[in-house]
Design a protein around this ligand. Sequence first.
Ligand SMILES: *Cc1c(COP(=O)(O)O)cnc(C)c1O
Length: 387
Amino acid sequence: MKKKSSSIELGPNTKVIHHGNSYAKETGTIMPPIFQSATFAHGNPLGFDYTRSGNPNFRILESVLSSIEGCEHSCIFASGVSSMTAIISSLQYGDNILCEENLYGCTIRLFEKVFKKFGIKTTFIDFTKESEINKINEYKPAMIWIESPTNPLLKILDIKKICKKANNLNIPVVVDNTFTTSLIQKPLELGATLSLTSTTKFINGHSDALGGVVSTNDNKWHEKLVFAQKSLGLQPSPFDSWLITRGIKTLPLRLSHQVKNASLIAKFLKEHPLIESIKYPFLETHPEYKIAKSQMKSGGSLISIKLNLSLKQTISFCKNLNLFTMAESLGGVESLICHPASMTHASVSQEMKNKIGISDSLLRLSIGCEDFVDLKNDLSYALGKLI
Ligand SMILES: *Cc1c(COP(=O)(O)O)cnc(C)c1O
């Protein structure tokens, strides 16, 4: 914002467009330039020194992200995984992280294949079970790690309840908020210590840059994140930060269209005879529908379905689609379909997949910004070819 016109809280559409200091005073530029500089002259008025520990493009994006999250601090990273690395690296040898059992596949891989070697332990439980939440202190965790909706099963966890219990025990809670963004769900307001988002997905929205962010109201945590950013080299590039700053300007517009499309697609698929089950947070048939309604502003744009089909037929359904590309990632303007068992969760053990319900007939749809009718016709055609 150039000047404060009043103290009235701005709406999300305004916040994403009128971002922080654009360094435009001298030139009148409307778009911030890309500060493609690795280093800065010592003693400059804004205190920049070396891009690994800060760059004007980081500051611009961080100010937009903290403004829509409504928080004190946001620290950006090279990817969602870099953000996770920054958080985990602040723990000590022997610490235990109590995790939701249905986490994003690469999160599980980072815990199990990398940090385990450095003595960080993990315990996976089902956080939708009240009996498990009540047992939190028995695990003596140094940290709790959840995501809601979960990937790819779209389970909804009661963030407020989990955080209340954890806060009473002084255990920090990390919420991976990638599937909703702060426009739909605000983990910090629900009691989380850290809100993490892969900005690669909805925030950037155009599938052309990777990024991650961790937001917090806790000064000590913010210091730890900034320290990790520079000491582990987890910083993004100025260009990617600039791209994400551009992408976020249309986040509220894109998201509302995607959510509208997704709720219509969910209703359409629910009635289709080849669909064995469907999960969309705002469908009344969702097991945690009431919690979803209480903590999310909308149902988001991800849908997971189980088909009444064999593995081979499930894959041929995906290949019969024209508008949905079979690809990892989500949240972009283009619709995508993913087969978690062989894609995002391929690195998860078969035992774990069976336990949590990632079957061969499970598919995750990320609904984009195309016209609803075209998406519906595409799904209808591909399903029709199987009958
Ligand atoms: C994609 C994703 C990540 C990782 O983000 P990258 O930007 O790909 O590193 C983490 N959590 C969730 C839920 C994701 O979907």
